[in-house]
Design a protein around this ligand. Structure first.
Ligand SMILES: [Zn+2]
Ligand SMILES: [Zn+2]
Length: 288
């Protein structure tokens, strides 16, 4: 069986391993293909694609964009994005700047609470990639202010936490459009994080997003229950959306998630990749 993982993070965003290292781990885990989908950046893609070529593993260029969604978290994956596309890079730069502005705000709030964490230490922990809340969480844990990463989020970093700072996000429509402009496949990631109360509400939202260009649903996911997977699969089939899935591997920053052996790994087979490629060829009139 040719197994895949279409949702993986590296140090280019908030994963703990470099792009080349996650590709090596995917290969060692027995996968045939993996998508690197770092948050709001395509910076890790050249390294991952090159490592894939060296090791004989198909690396699908991807990105995961956070969109505005009051009341919940909306992440939209872009799979098979053309990362040489200047427009995508330019749009992502806006998000990068927003993130850069946000971290010092969080640190200031922590300092005001009497917690002497520095931006310099947080940057060291990030290992040179994008710096975000997981790195601040690790700094808090390291300095003994919390017992775990989870506790750092619960007490300080989550929306409503004591040191939370908001950040700029694109609208769902804008996120879908920028992925399509880069000839990518827009997929709604882990639908449960939208915090919608019912299957009916989710269905209505997905129909609306499809009208704005959504092409797929992340059905198989390390944190989905069997009931959620069944519901999302039914919805994808009913609305004629592509089915994808992945672990959301973050290395040591989410140690409970492994690469190549999540609970529903047997559902993630290469035929899903073939369907994605066929859709993309049709949609963008590409040859071969
Ligand atoms: Zn996500
Ligand atoms: Zn993710």
């Amino acid at each position: 069986m040719k197994l895949i993982d279409l949702h993986v993070h590296s140090t280019a965003s908030d994963g703990s391993y470099s792009p080349a290292e996650v590709v090596r781990q995917a290969k060692a885990g027995g996968l045939t293909a993996m998508a690197l989908t770092d948050h709001d950046t395509v910076d890790g893609l050249p390294e991952a694609v090159a490592a894939g070529q060296t090791l004989g593993l198909e690396v699908i260029p991807g990105v995961e964009i956070s969109a505005q969604f009051p009341g919940g978290t909306m992440h939209i994956l872009g799979l098979f994005v053309d990362y040489h596309n200047g427009v995508l890079d330019e749009r992502l730069m806006v998000l990068k700047q927003a993130r850069l502005d946000r971290n010092p705000q969080i640190i200031d709030k922590l300092n005001a609470l009497g917690i002497p964490i520095t931006m310099a230490r947080v940057e060291e922990i990030s290992g040179g990639g994008q710096v975000g809340r997981p790195h601040i969480a690790r700094a808090l844990q390291e300095a003994g202010f919390v017992a775990s990463i989870q506790q750092a989020f619960d007490l300080y970093l989550r929306k409503g936490g004591k040191a939370y700072a908001g950040k700029f996000r694109f609208s769902p429509d804008q996120a879908l459009t920028m992925i399509r402009e880069a000839k990518g496949i827009p997929v709604l990631a882990h639908p449960f994080t939208l915090n919608l109360g019912s299957a009916f509400a989710l269905r209505n939202l997905v129909i609306e997003l499809k009208g704005q260009g959504l092409a797929g649903l992340e059905v198989f996911y390390s944190e989905h229950t069997p009931e959620q997977m069944a519901l999302y699969l039914k919805l994808a089939q009913e609305l004629n959306l592509l089915v994808t899935g992945g672990s959301d591997y973050h290395g040591l920053n989410k140690p409970e998630i492994t690469l190549g052996s999540m609970p529903c790994q047997d559902k993630l087979t290469y035929n899903l990749v073939e369907a994605l490629k066929a859709w993309r060829r049709r949609e963008y009139c590409l040859s071969a």
